[in-house]
Ligand binder design. Structure first.
Ligand SMILES: O=C(O)CC1=CCC(=O)O1
Length: 452
């Protein structure tokens, strides 16, 4: 039996949700991005012509519409159907809202008409209703002169006509700084070697390398956001932001220049540091990585899956990527140790890193990387196969390229001795003048692969 008070609370909630929609329309039409973004939760997302998430991503999307040619619009929202969730402590706290959108607009200077539906998820936080997710789909989106034929312009068509490759906003989105957790090992006073781990692993990915290199280097390892002991603020993250976070860590440790070796996303972060902070690197070793990872569009989907289901969703598929069958058979305990790192990773941290990987593409900028670079590929790596790694070695100004036959993605655990020897000799050799990569396969400019 609902009381009069409960019924009143439901009616008030519905009125407040109506007001939220009205404020959304006004802020969007007026280009009032501060107000618009404040109507979403901190992890709020917009799904429609593009997918945008979080205050920075939302602002970037909405403010970028003019650049897509959408210079004016007049949003009208009506026919609200509000499905309130069960009340919490007697008060409605979440709802699903269906509504109708009617939107005259000007695109590329041409009057258009657009109509569609919103399917929103709203929540009440500190007494204010906000969008957790706003999803739009269009039934019409066409020049006024073309009329109103249903289906003339579906949402897919509308999305497709949004200019792909349109210039990015001048201010590139870079996530807010994150204090990365770290650990220091090795001989005090020795040259610094920074080790960057891969998606789903923590700094203990490199335990075998650290044991072997501790006499030669002062070793700084870091955890990616949400991995190991690093915090996991809401993503998406960006490679430029992660590179900046690693450089900020070096600043905190009063380290000017360092050798850097990173695996997979760790190798991508190394490339980004070499591009954005070139003075900070003595040498760069890029292991099982790429200048652009395969299937960029699959990464936001993976992020979404992990946000919904947790990193457990990745546990069954990773062994086949990270390890060879032989490794799992002969070094099962090590494989389990590494998979436990994935299980312990915060889903938001993992998802934010996926988004950084999906957006990463420095193929056209590789020639700007002038620091001596060694690229190590696993011959049996399905995630970043030798062809992809080779692009980095070929593209950088001073590259070398080595393939470790039969090694899968976690190349440094599959072939610890080989990777350790390569990292040691590359970093030490350059300091001392010349030191050929063990196996006799030092390649300048990456024109020839050395198989070891
Ligand atoms: O998907 C994986 O687990 C492999 C991988 C790609 C980028 C990265 O850091 O790991």
């Amino acid at each position: 039996m609902t009381t009069a008070e409960q019924r009143l609370a439901r009616l008030e909630a519905i009125e407040e949700i109506r007001a939220l929609d009205a404020r959304y329309c006004r802020a969007l039409d007026d280009g009032d991005w501060d107000t618009l973004v404040s109507l979403f939760t901190d992890d709020g997302e917009f799904v429609g012509l593009r997918h945008a998430r979080g205050p920075v991503g939302l602002r970037r999307f909405f403010a970028g519409l003019a650049r897509e040619g959408l210079t004016s619009f007049w949003h009208h929202v009506s026919n609200l159907e509000v499905e309130l969730d069960d009340a919490v402590d007697g008060e409605p706290a979440a709802a699903r809202v269906h509504s109708l959108l009617w939107q005259p607009c000007v695109r590329d200077g041409v009057p258009h008409v657009a109509a569609g539906r919103y399917d929103d998820r709203v929540v009440r936080l500190d007494g204010e209703w906000r969008y957790r997710r706003k999803r739009v789909s269009f039934d019409y989106f066409a020049p006024l002169a073309d009329g109103w034929e249903k289906g003339l312009f579906s949402v897919d068509d509308a999305a497709a006509t949004f200019r792909t490759g349109a210039p990015e906003p001048e201010v590139e989105f870079v996530h807010a700084p994150i204090d990365l957790a770290h650990r220091i090992d090795g001989r005090e006073g020795a040259p610094v070697l920074v080790l960057g781990p891969s998606l789903g692993t923590d700094l203990h990915l490199f335990d075998e390398q650290v044991d072997a290199l501790a006499d030669d280097f002062r070793i700084v390892r870091y955890d990616l956001p949400g991995h190991g002991a690093s915090p996991a603020p809401a993503g998406p993250y960006t490679m430029a932001g992660l590179a900046r976070d690693v450089v900020a860590l070096l600043d905190r440790l009063a380290i000017g220049r360092a050798h850097y070796a990173g695996l997979s996303i760790g190798g991508a972060i190394g490339q980004q540091i070499a591009l954005d902070h070139p003075g900070r690197l003595e040498t760069l070793t890029v292991i099982a990585s790429a200048a652009r990872f395969a299937e960029p569009s699959s990464w936001p989907a993976r992020a979404q899956e992990v946000r919904a289901k947790g990193t457990a969703a990745m546990i069954t598929s990773r062994p086949g990527v990270w390890f060879t069958h032989d490794f799992v058979r002969t070094r099962n305990e090590e494989a389990v140790r590494l998979l436990r790192m994935l299980g312990a990773t915060d889903p938001e941290g993992y998802a934010g890193c996926c988004e950084a990987i999906g957006a990463f593409d420095v193929r056209r900028r590789l020639a700007e990387i002038t620091v001596p670079t060694l690229v190590i590929a696993g011959g049996a790596d399905p995630a970043t196969p030798p062809e992809m790694a080779k692009i980095v070695a070929h593209g950088v100004a001073d590259g070398r390229y080595v393939v470790i036959d039969g090694a899968a993605h976690l190349t440094n655990v599959e072939a610890p001795g080989r990777v350790t020897a390569l990292v040691r000799s590359f970093a030490s050799g350059l300091r001392g003048g010349t030191a050929p990569i063990p196996g006799g396969g030092e390649i300048r400019g990456g024109r020839r692969a050395s198989h070891s």
